[in-house]
Write a protein that binds this ligand. Structure first.
Ligand code: ADP
Ligand code: MG
Length: 698
């Protein structure tokens, strides 16, 4: 206990308790989210510089980053050109001279003394016998230290904070923490996967003596990072399983008949994938363990009907069910869908959004509180804020807020400890590796099949000079009665960019290109009412061309829209483009998506080509992960999880596999982390992720 206590304190000790950290420097560190000693210790290098190999000047290679030892031959000169300061120094060793130049680092002039030897590191330029180096890092050469200049860490920084300062701070904190970090990984796991010891890893990652050592440390720490995160999520899941706090939802014969009638009366029959998913959901609803299920299915795969059926089932069983959407537009659309699918049941369905009038809203909240209304659709924000339920037994959430749904919704008067069943719907196809992490506490149902009759969406790239032709195509579609989306990366024009904005595109199309057509404008800063109106008008065909930002991204369903033009397509992520494209191709007409981009960037073009080739969300997501790296690709943070500092989910697939083997064994032997040997894991979860897991319910 006392050891755990102590290390907790140690972990959370503020950086301001270190010498030389106050005011401005503390603020700079805070900008990087570094507030504690442990944050500093885990501020891992993003790269290393090799200062271990010294190259004689004459053997320096053009274009390479190298390290050399040289003497300053005469007094360095400092000149100014406008706001630019240029410092020049002449250096040489026994055989060769080299010119060094630094821009805007005038203070270095006092650090370079004539006839002294220094060790330099920088990128070399070599033209015949003229050698030069720009902005090299350097320090006095100490022959005694030969070889121990070693591999130097390069840290991510923020403006105003130098490598030197960051290195010094981290080196200050290491001796204060090393020896006191409890080893969180059980011996057996460490031995099995040949992981180095905790102290070694945390100190040497910041100062490795070789590249191999750096990798040994990184591997261990990345292992630890993934292992602890996943062990925590696994624990969360196992704990909630163990509690049986759910409510078994069964129907009496009369309600069963009613349910079957509605089911049989659906406007379509379920696809096999939907059938399978519905069975899985139904099984969960009939179990005393609260459901915690993710339905993952590509855009248009038909997730909503499953939600509708589950909600109806819940209502007929006497409970309340809620469907939460991220936006008012989507909530309204779900509300319409539910009404269409479930009206024959006679169950009243309520809608709660920002535009619900005060009086209506009061009535609604009271009807929900006393259980008169059993089916509710609304936005996450509003429902979590304001609704008290009578007996909420099912919460369905679309696309967002996967954690803590249970915690945040007020569960009626509180006399029952029943936890609602939770169903999360996501159209974001996440690569398997990532899904393992983000969704490791959920059961997953995959709807991997589209309803019949869908035609593939043809997707092409285009450049600005194709605009006249594209506009012809747009006009032709509208003349044939179809509707068109034009998607822009931003709302309004901003200085310094030539990105297309929704407002200027709207103006151009409405005034110059298609003055005779009905053009609409939709973006996030419109009032909710205005957004609803525009959406409504588009759904009803009054608007022929809808110019918008990505607010249309999720869920909007207008089967008559079959053409989408995406401006500055290079600005969007692949997964996002795929989502956007999913707005079309929902009806019987051939759909066409045009990705407009003048970007010359090879990576950007490759991403767009991927989209032209594939319509499979999972394939696209994998490619996105590969091309952009997991950090940018999909912030774990946006899902309420801490960012991964070392593990790279694309590169480290083997590591992830190792971690999973260990986790599976752990789950088998000690699912609730109760044995003595696994207490270090618990402690580490507590000290490192305590806050997080408190929030999501561990
Ligand atoms: P998403 O999974 O993207 O939320 P939706 O639930 O909005 O997809 O369904 C997309 C469209 O497909 C809707 O218009 C819906 O009515 C229709 N749909 C869903 N399931 C089927 C099915 N089994 N057969 C035919 N159409 C279906
Ligand atoms: Mg949907």
């Amino acid at each position: 206990m006392s050891q755990a206590r102590e290390s907790t304190d140690l972990f959370s000790r503020p950086v301001t308790a270190l010498p030389g950290v106050a005011g401005r420097r503390a603020a700079l560190l805070r900008r990087l989210d570094i507030t504690t000693w442990f944050d500093l210790l885990t501020w891992f290098p993003r790269d290393f510089e090799d200062w271990s190999t010294l190259t004689p000047l004459a053997e320096l290679i053009d274009g390479e980053e190298q390290t050399f030892v040289a003497r300053v031959t005469r007094k360095p000169t400092l000149t100014r050109r406008g706001r630019l300061s240029i410092l020049r120094a002449h250096l040489r060793d026994d055989a060769q001279a080299i010119a060094a130049v630094w821009f805007n680092q005038a203070w270095l002039v006092d650090r370079l003394e004539v006839d002294q030897w220094y060790i330099f590191h920088g990128r070399i330029t070599r033209r015949g016998s003229a050698f030069s180096v720009q902005n090299p890092a350097f320090e006095p050469w100490d022959p005694e230290k030969d070889g121990s200049y070693g591999i130097r860490p390069i840290y991510p920084l923020t403006e105003g904070l130098s490598q030197g300062v960051m290195r010094r701070l981290i080196q200050t904190v290491i001796p204060r923490l090393i020896g006191q970090i409890p080893e969180p990984l059980p011996d057996q796991i460490r031995r099995r996967h040949k992981l180095c010891a905790v102290d070694f890893a945390y100190s040497r990652i910041h100062h490795p003596s070789s590249w191999e050592e750096a990798e040994i440390c990184r591997y261990r720490l990345a292992f630890e990072e993934l292992f602890l995160l996943l062990a925590g999520l696994q624990l969360l899941r196992n704990q909630s399983r163990n509690q049986n706090l759910g409510c078994v939802l069964t129907l009496d014969p009369e309600q069963t008949i009613k349910f079957n009638q509605i089911f049989a009366g659906l406007p379509f029959s379920l696809t096999q994938a939907q059938e399978r998913t519905w069975k899985e959901v139904l099984e969960d609803l009939g179990s005393p363990q609260p459901m915690n299920r993710l339905i993952q299915g590509d855009v248009g795969s038909g997730k909503t009907v499953i939600a509708a059926l589950a909600m109806l089932w819940c209502a007929l069983a006497g409970g309340q069910a809620v469907l939460m959407a991220p936006t008012a537009i989507l909530a309204r659309q779900h509300f319409d869908t539910l009404n269409r699918l479930l009206s024959a049941s006679g169950e009243p369905i309520a809608l709660l959004t920002g535009s619900t009038l005060a009086k209506e809203r009061r009535q609604l909240l009271s009807d929900l509180a006393d259980g008169q209304i059993r089916l509710l659709v609304g936005t996450h924000a509003l429902i979590e804020e304001s609704v008290s339920f009578h007996n909420l037994l099912l919460a369905v959430t679309d696309e967002q807020h996967r954690f803590g749904v249970r915690q945040r919704i007020k569960l009626g008067s509180g006399e029952t400890a029943v936890q609602p069943h939770v169903l999360v719907m996501s159209a974001t196809p996440i690569p398997r590796t990532l899904a393992l992490i983000l969704y490791s506490d959920l059961d997953i149902s995959l709807i991997d099949q589209l309803p019949p009759g869908r035609q593939p969406i043809r997707t092409y790239t285009a450049v600005s000079s194709d605009r006249p032709r594209i506009e012809q195509i747009m006009r032709r579609q509208v003349q044939e009665g179809r509707q068109v989306y034009v998607v822009c990366p931003m709302i309004e024009e901003q200085a310094d960019t030539d990105l297309k904005s929704a407002v200027s595109t709207y103006n151009r199309l409405a005034q110059q290109v298609f003055p005779d057509l009905r053009i609409g404008l939709l973006h996030g800063s419109l009032k909710t009412d205005a957004k609803d109106q525009v959406m409504q008008a588009f759904m009803q065909g009054e608007i022929q061309i809808l110019v918008s930002t990505t607010v249309i991204e999720v869920g909007v369903d207008n089967p008559n829209a079959n053409l989408m033009l995406i401006e500055n397509a290079e600005r969007f992520g692949l997964a996002q483009l795929h989502q956007l494209r999913g707005r079309i191709g929902r009806g019987e007409h051939q759909a066409l998506c045009i990705l407009l981009s003048d970007s010359q960037d090879e990576k950007a073009r490759e991403r767009l080509r991927t989209l032209c080739r594939s319509e499979n969300g999972f394939e696209i997501a994998e490619k996105d992960l590969e091309l952009r790296g997991p950090g940018e690709f999909f912030g774990t943070r946006q899902h309420g999880l801490p960012p991964l500092k070392l593990a790279n989910l694309y590169r480290d697939r083997k590591l992830l596999a190792d971690v999973q083997v260990s986790l599976a064994e752990l789950a088998e032997r000690d699912p609730l982390l109760e044995t003595r040997e696994n207490q270090p894991i618990r402690q580490a979860l507590d000290t490192r992720y305590g806050q997080l897991f408190k929030r999501i319910g561990i």
